[in-house]
Design a protein around this ligand. Sequence first.
Ligand SMILES: Cc1cc2nc3c(=O)[nH]c(=O)nc-3n(C[C@H](O)[C@H](O)[C@H](O)COP(=O)(O)OP(=O)(O)OC[C@H]3O[C@@H](n4cnc5c(N)ncnc54)[C@H](O)[C@@H]3O)c2cc1C
Length: 382
Amino acid sequence: MTALSFSPPETGSIQPELRAEVRAFLHRTLGPDYGPGLKARSWNGHDPAFSRALGKRGWLGMTWPAEYGGHDRSALERYVVVEELLAHGAPVAAHWIADRQSAPLILRYGTEAQRREVLPRIAAGECYFCIGMSEAGSGSDLAAAKTRARPVAGGFRVTGAKLWTTYAHAAHYMILFCRTGAAEDRHGGASQLLVDMATPGITVSPVLDIAGEHHFNEVTLDDVFIPEDALIGELGQGWEQVMSELAFERSGPDRFLSTIALLTELIRALEPDPDAAQRRAIGRLTAHLMVLRRMSRSVAGMLARGENPMLQATVVKDLGTSFEQEIPEIARSLIAAEAEPGAGDAFAQVLARTIMTAPSVSLRGGTREILRGIIARGLGLR
Ligand SMILES: Cc1cc2nc3c(=O)[nH]c(=O)nc-3n(C[C@H](O)[C@H](O)[C@H](O)COP(=O)(O)OP(=O)(O)OC[C@H]3O[C@@H](n4cnc5c(N)ncnc54)[C@H](O)[C@@H]3O)c2cc1C
């Protein structure tokens, strides 16, 4: 069996000052009325003005070189900012995908022209991306994607449909995973294209979630012309590239902090006089959170060193989403409250929202079963 190792997470003296700066910025920018109901929305909260304010403050594109609008800061500093944003439940949806995974992908594989075109705008909080991977019938089995880019003079003609595309309706670009080779060449025949969402022939249709909210979409591409300079990396290298993109998607603190607003409200509700069982439950959840933070920081360090911590990132996501789904279960077992979306009581309000969103956390970015298959393969067990 292959050993799985996490290098010790970096620590640094900058953390307390930077944390304090981010907290002060959040209190100032979001104000005192940014209550538990909004905090529970967090990375579903789409607020371009907030994203631009973050960009202005230098907290987007933090680790990229200054020549692409970045700020040459460390992965640990970025980690601190991201963690504080999520712990506060800040509305990060507008810039999230671009800053987390699209920009690092373009920085690594994109052409110089692509980098100069989009990275400074992403760092300014003005340019938003969506992920064009899943299709009806190929979510887990990404290699079965059917959207095809047919080479033509000067570019490609693309036809297909992407599903579950988060915030496609507010995105400027999509990174499209598509077939460019023979259908039977599952991995070798795929590529990634930088697609301008304003291109004629692209239709974005809303798909509502269980709560009736609109963040998902279906994106259809009907014989869309995409110029050849939109190719990211090498033709036919899309599979390797998309795997490295997923390492950025799977390892961050967003993989264990999406239901944190409920843990905060739970502690607040129990605070006056917790009994022994309640103290034990909170202690256990907090201990898990501490371990997840260390593991996630370790992956951030490996990414910063240019390593490919795909296996470690997968472990963090699997453990992190289990933790996120445990919080509403434990909250319900500790406090007998009716979960009500419009309740005046903050705990009941946040509980209601979290119950509706928690099931999805182990689906997005790869389901639990798929992640465990990857972990087993990485450990040499299959
Ligand atoms: C909140 C949210 C946001 C999302 N945003 C995006 C986005 O922006 N862009 C995008 O491209 N996609 C997005 N997705 C889609 C997500 O990546 C897919 O839902 C996910 O990969 C699962 O694919 P599927 O829904 O087609 O389920 P399926 O692949 O049909 O799986 C159904 C069930 O079968 C199980 N299963 C499938 N294959 C296997 C196997 N080989 N072994 C064991 N079990 C298996 C799965 O674990 C799952 O339980 C999002 C999903 C969610 C929930």
